[in-house]
Structures are given as C-alpha cells and as structure tokens.
Design a protein around this ligand. Structure first.
Ligand code: G6P
Length: 368
C-alpha cells in the first residue's frame, strides 16, 4: 500500500528500499528477447525518432539531475546533441531550437509549473514533437505531450525524490535505446545495455544490503556544516543528486563539483571540517579521479570514496572507502545513487529533521 510506511520509520527509507522492484516494474514488458520495445510510444514515435537529430530535455530538481545523466548516454550511444536545461530558465529566455529536435520533459508529478510552462513555450519553437518521461499517468504533462514514457515508480510520498529518480534513469536509458533503434543502433550495443538493465534490480539490492554500514558512515557527517561531492563523467550528475539529497533532508550545505574542476575553486575550501564524498567510476576516468582524490587528501581533507572493489582504492590516512558492487559501466550511475540516498537519509535521522517533509519544500511545485 502506497500510503503505508510498513515496517519503515519514514517513507523516504521505504521508497529507497522499493527500488529493486520499481526498476523491475519499469522494465516489465519493455524487454523482449534482449531487445527494447516500448509499445505505448506507438509507431508514430518510431517515425519521429528516425528524424530526430537532437534532444532538448527540460526538468527541475531531481528530474533535472536525471536529465543530465541521460545527456551522457545519448551523446555516447546515439552521437546526437542532447541539450539539458532547467525549466525556470528555459521558459523565460530567448532560445534557439536545433532543427529536427525532440523536446523532452522529465517530471515525477507531471504538474511542476515551470516544466509545464516550458512545454507550452516549446509548442511554438519548431520541435518535431514533445515527449514526457513522467510518473503520473493522469497528469497535465502527460495530457499536454505528444508521447509519454511512464516511469512506474508508484506513488512517492517523501518530498525528496528517490525511487522516482532511479525509475527516471531506467526509463531514460530505455528511451535512449528506443531512439537508437530508429537510428540504427548496433544490435550488440542494445544487447549489452539490456543485459546491464536486467542485472540492475539485484545490484541495487546488494547496495541496500549495506544499509547498516552506511548508517555508521553517516555519523561522520552529522556534525558538519558543509559537504563536497565529486564525480566525473556520468557520475557527475549522481554527485549533484547526492548533494541535492543531503541539502534537502539534512539541511547540511552540500555542493557537487565535476572532479576535474576542483583546481578552479573548491580546493580553496578543503580543510578537516568539510568532508568530501567521491563517486568513483570504474572506467577510463578512474585514474584521473585518483589524482583528484590525492589533491584533496594532501590538503588535509577527509574523503569518503564510493568505489568499485576492482578500482583498487584503499582505506588510508584521510580516505574511507565504501565498496559498491556494479559490474556494468552504463548502469553504474543508477547503482551508485542508492548508497548516496541512504547516506543522506541516515544523516537526516541523526540530525532529527522532518525527513519526509523537509522544511520549506513541497513535493510538487505547482505555482511559480
Ligand atoms: C520539487 C520536489 C523535488 C522534485 C522537483 C521536480 O522540488 O521537492 O523532489 O525533483 O520538484 O518535480 P517533478 O515532479 O517535476 O519531477
């Protein structure tokens, strides 16, 4: 029952723990014989995707962070530009539309005023069509868009979005493949991504099984006033989402930086009072990230590194490593999201905030 906390102390924790089944539900019926089929999009969508030469994604808050991950996927796998912008900026500025581009909104509620206004503006901006990745079937966003991809996260009660975010990421990866299929994406690439998606519920479950360890780790943050989150590549938006989550529920000031940008400012902030959380990918950027870690450590900062076992980053002076099991690079951002959600949650619990309804925030911002 969506409005029942069950054995969980807060909706946020319950919703974090629902993620293996939310991901499975979002995939349900959309993968057949190692291939992606999204029937609800219809034939017409396939025609539009064939003509699509660029994407413009618009969203707010956590949904915006999901869009930023999609940008890495789209440009890597589809080799077409993917522009991402916050709705409240897009709606009020003079924008230039890339010819043959598809307009995409992402929204949990489907009722966010700024995103709806951006969609309404986009109707006069010469896009091929509009598509919404949305969690609310009966929402204004769904009604106003040409195509809908439902995220199937179920009702989300916690104001800070968790399961809706992972469902958005899964949906955006499915959408990337769907557009790719219309544009000649290699079958092997599709199979590889599908394989990663199929393993995702169990990988998320493994991350959840480490909840008690994250609970212990959270003690290192609860007395701090600031936290820096670092990521690179497709994990940079995950660092952004982790910082947003910590701000929302624990009221600790948190900032996310692309690790390569450290030297252009944030290094000046490093001291023993500001922990740095690092989301370490196990890919071609790992070596670069290790140098970034050293940049922080050598200046007396304390680091908490979420890393794959195979990344061979070890606990040492100033560095606490938290192992994350993630075997597929493409879905790693989704897996790493989970321990970081738990971290924010447990810090908030120690601080005694109103976890499910943080002060000054609303679940759905339907007025400007
Ligand atoms: C509010 C919520 C956030 C959410 C954002 C966008 O700020 O508190 O959790 O990410 O709105 O909402 P949407 O429903 O459009 O995804």
């Amino acid at each position: 029952d969506a409005v029942d906390k069950g054995n969980f102390r807060h909706f946020m924790l319950k919703e974090i723990f629902e993620q293996p089944s939310v991901v499975a539900d979002t995939l349900e019926g959309r993968i057949v014989d190692n291939q992606v089929y999204i029937e609800t999009l219809g034939d017409n969508a396939a025609k539009v995707f064939e003509q699509t030469e660029a994407l413009q994604i618009i969203a707010c808050g956590t949904s915006y962070n999901a869009a930023l991950v999609a940008k890495y996927w789209v440009e890597h796998y589809l080799n077409i530009p993917c522009l991402v912008e916050i709705a409240s900026e897009y709606r009020y500025r003079t924008t230039a539309t890339i010819p043959n581009s598809l307009f995409i909104t992402i929204s949990q509620s489907g009722e966010t005023a700024d995103t709806l206004a951006a969609l309404s503006k986009a109707k006069n901006e010469g896009y091929l069509a509009s598509l919404t990745v949305c969690n609310s079937p009966a929402s204004s966003m769904v009604r106003e868009s040409d195509f809908t991809l439902l995220t199937r996260a179920g009702t989300e009660i916690g104001v800070a979005s968790t399961k809706a975010f992972t469902a958005q990421l899964v949906s955006l990866l499915l959408l990337t493949i769907s557009i790719g299929k219309a544009k000649g994406l290699a079958k092997e690439t599709e199979h590889d991504i599908v394989k990663a998606l199929e393993h995702l519920p169990s990988e998320i479950q493994k991350a959840l099984d480490q909840a008690d360890d994250i609970d212990k780790l959270s003690e290192a943050f609860s007395e701090k006033h600031h936290t820096l989150f670092l990521g690179r590549g497709q994990q940079y938006p995950i660092a952004m989402e982790a910082a947003l989550k910590l701000k929302e529920v624990s009221y600790i000031h948190a900032e996310a930086y692309a690790a390569g940008e450290l030297k252009h400012g944030p290094l000046a902030l490093i001291d023993k009072d500001m922990p740095t959380v690092v989301v370490a990918p196990n890919d071609n950027l790992l070596e670069k990230l290790k140098s970034n870690i050293e940049e922080v450590r050598s200046r007396g900062g304390s680091l908490f590194v979420f890393a794959d076992k195979s990344a061979k980053i070890q606990d040492s002076d100033g560095i606490t490593v938290f192992p994350v099991d993630s075997s597929y690079s493409v879905t790693a951002p989704i897996v790493y999201t989970v321990p970081l959600q738990l971290l924010s949650y447990y810090v908030a619990v120690i601080k005694g905030t109103d976890v499910d309804q943080p002060r000054n925030l609303a679940k759905s911002v339907t007025v400007e």
